[in-house]
Write a protein that binds this ligand. Structure first.
Ligand SMILES: *[C@@H]1O[C@H](CO)[C@@H](O)[C@H](O)[C@H]1NC(C)=O
Ligand SMILES: *[C@@H]1O[C@H](CO)[C@@H](O)[C@H](O)[C@H]1NC(C)=O
Ligand SMILES: *[C@@H]1O[C@H](CO)[C@@H](O)[C@H](O)[C@H]1NC(C)=O
Ligand SMILES: *[C@@H]1O[C@H](CO)[C@@H](O)[C@H](O)[C@H]1NC(C)=O
Length: 387
C-alpha cells in the first residue's frame, strides 16, 4: 500500500507539465565579456593574482575566443583602471583558453596610482562594446556582460560611475560586480548600485566562482528582439527567467493559420502553452499591456484536440504534449470537441479563460512561443538552432 502511494505520487509529479528552464551548461557559454579590474595600489599584487585565478576558474570550462566552426564561444576583453583606464586586451586578443590563462596573469599588474575611478573603466568597456564593435558584426546578437573587480568606490560628479553603469544596463549589458580587498562597507554599497540586480558579490562570498558562472548563464539565457522572456513576475523585469520566449500577435487568424504563422516567425516556434496558472497569468498580464489586444479579450493558445485528447502545440515535427493536471476552462467548457477542436482564451464576465472554438472559422489574435536562446540553444537573428 505504501509502495503504491509512493509510486502514484511519483507518477503525479512526473505528469505535471512545466516550462523549460534556462539551460546551464557552462561549456557552451556564448557571450562577449569585458573584465574591468581595479589595479590601483590598494588592490595589491596578491589581490590581482587572485583576481586572475578567479577569472581563469570562471571561464575554465568555456570556449574562449571565436571559432568559425563553433558559435558557442565567449570572448573576454580586459580593462584595468586606477586614475585612468587602460585597454589590456580587446575582445579579440585572447583566442584560446591558453592565451587567456597566460594573458590574464601577465596583463594584471598593479598600477602606479592610489586612485580608483570605476567610471573610467566602465567608459572604456562601453567603447569596446558600442564603438569598436560594429553593430552589424556577426556577434552583435551575443549578450554583453561586464565583470567588475573593485577594491574602492570613488568618484563624484563627472567621475561618478553611476551614469555610465545606468546607460550600459539600459543598453542591455549585464553588470556583475565583485568587491575585492575592500576596506569597509562603502565599496559594497557603491557596487550594489552598479551591478545588475542580485549580481553584486564579494571575494569573501563562499562559492564566488559558481555564483559568477550562474550569473553568466542567466545573462546567456535571453530572447531575440520582439520576443519577451517568460519570468516569475511580469511586473518585475529582473525576476528569475525561464527558458521560454513569447510574442503576441494582434492580427486575427484561425487557429491553424496562427500555428503556421508562429512557425514562420522564428525557427522552432509554436503556439504558446499554459502549463499552469502562473504561465496563464503572465501571458494575460502581457495581453493587457499590448496594443491591439482589446476588451473583451480573445486569443488563441497552443491547446487543440487531436486523436481524442487535448494536446499542447510544440515545435514543428515534435510530438504534441497531452494536457494533464492543469486546466482553466470557462464553466461549461469544453463543449463537444469534434466540432470545436481549437482553444482560445476568452473573456467572460468572471475571467479570461479557455474556450474551445471551431478550428477553421474563428479568427483571433494569438500568442507564439519558442525556447530561449541559451547555453544549449544557439540562436541567429532568424532562428533557434539546436533543441
Ligand atoms: C555540456 O555540453 C558539452 C558540449 O556540448 C557536452 O559534451 C556535455 O555533455 C554537456 N554537459 C551536460 C551536463 O549536458
Ligand atoms: C590620466 O588622464 C588624464 C587626461 O586624460 C591625463 O591628463 C593624465 O596624465 C593621466 N594620468 C595618468 C597617471 O596617466
Ligand atoms: C547586494 O545588494 C543587495 C541589495 O540589492 C544587498 O542586500 C546585499 O547585501 C548585497 N550583497 C553584497 C555582497 O554586497
Ligand atoms: C507595458 O507596456 C509599456 C509600453 O509598451 C512598457 O513600457 C512597459 O514596460 C510594459 N510593462 C511591463 C511590466 O513590461
Amino acid at each position: 500500500m505504501k509502495v503504491l502511494l509512493v509510486l502514484s505520487a511519483i507518477l503525479a509529479s512526473t505528469l505535471a507539465l512545466s516550462d523549460r528552464p534556462c539551460s546551464n551548461n557552462i561549456t557552451n557559454l556564448w557571450l562577449d565579456v569585458v573584465a574591468v579590474v581595479d589595479n590601483s595600489i590598494g588592490m595589491s599584487s596578491d589581490g590581482l593574482n587572485s583576481v586572475a585565478a578567479d577569472l581563469i576558474s570562471v571561464f575554465s570550462s568555456s570556449r574562449i575566443g571565436s571559432d568559425p566552426n563553433e558559435p558557442r564561444t565567449t570572448r573576454v576583453a580586459l580593462v584595468t583602471y586606477n586614475v585612468n583606464a587602460t585597454l589590456k586586451a580587446d575582445l579579440n586578443k585572447y583566442q584560446s583558453n591558453n592565451d587567456f590563462l597566460n594573458g590574464i596573469f601577465s596583463d594584471l599588474k598593479v598600477g602606479s596610482s592610489e586612485e580608483s575611478f570605476l567610471a573610467n573603466g566602465l567608459a572604456l568597456a562601453e567603447q569596446l562594446f558600442f564603438v569598436k564593435e560594429s553593430s552589424s558584426s556577426s556577434r552583435s546578437h551575443y549578450q554583453k556582460v561586464i565583470i567588475v573587480y573593485a577594491s574602492a568606490f570613488e568618484g563624484i560628479d563627472s567621475l561618478s560611475p553611476l551614469p555610465v553603469a545606468q546607460r550600459l544596463r539600459t543598453d542591455g549589458v549585464t553588470i556583475i560586480t565583485v568587491g575585492y580587498n575592500q576596506d569597509g562597507d562603502g565599496v559594497l554599497k557603491g557596487l550594489q548600485e552598479i551591478a545588475t540586480r542580485s549580481y553584486n558579490f564579494t571575494n569573501t562570498d563562499g562559492a564566488l566562482i559558481p555564483k559568477v558562472q550562474n550569473a553568466l548563464m542567466q545573462a546567456n539565457c535571453f530572447c531575440m528582439n520582439e520576443w519577451e522572456q517568460y519570468r516569475d513576475s511580469y511586473a518585475d523585469l529582473f525576476s528569475p527567467r525561464h527558458g521560454v520566449c513569447l510574442q503576441l500577435i494582434s492580427l486575427p487568424a484561425i487557429w491553424k493559420a496562427a500555428q503556421m504563422s508562429c512557425r514562420n516567425r522564428f525557427k522552432k516556434a509554436y503556439l504558446a502553452n499554459e502549463y499552469d496558472q502562473k504561465k496563464h497569468d503572465f501571458i494575460f498580464e502581457k495581453v493587457k499591456n499590448t496594443t491591439g489586444f482589446n476588451y473583451p479579450y480573445s486569443y488563441h493558445i497552443g491547446l487543440n484536440y487531436v486523436n481524442g485528447a487535448w494536446m499542447w502545440d510544440q515545435p514543428e515535427n515534435h510530438q504534441m504534449i497531452e494536457n494533464t493536471d492543469f486546466s482553466y476552462w470557462i464553466p461549461g467548457y469544453p463543449k463537444a470537441a469534434s466540432q470545436m477542436s481549437a482553444v482560445q482564451n476568452s473573456q467572460n464576465s468572471l475571467a479570461t479563460a479557455w474556450q474551445n472554438v471551431a478550428m477553421y472559422t474563428v479568427s483571433s489574435n494569438y500568442v507564439c512561443e519558442v525556447a530561449s536562446c541559451d547555453t544549449s540553444n544557439y540562436c541567429t537573428p532568424s532562428g533557434l538552432i539546436g533543441l
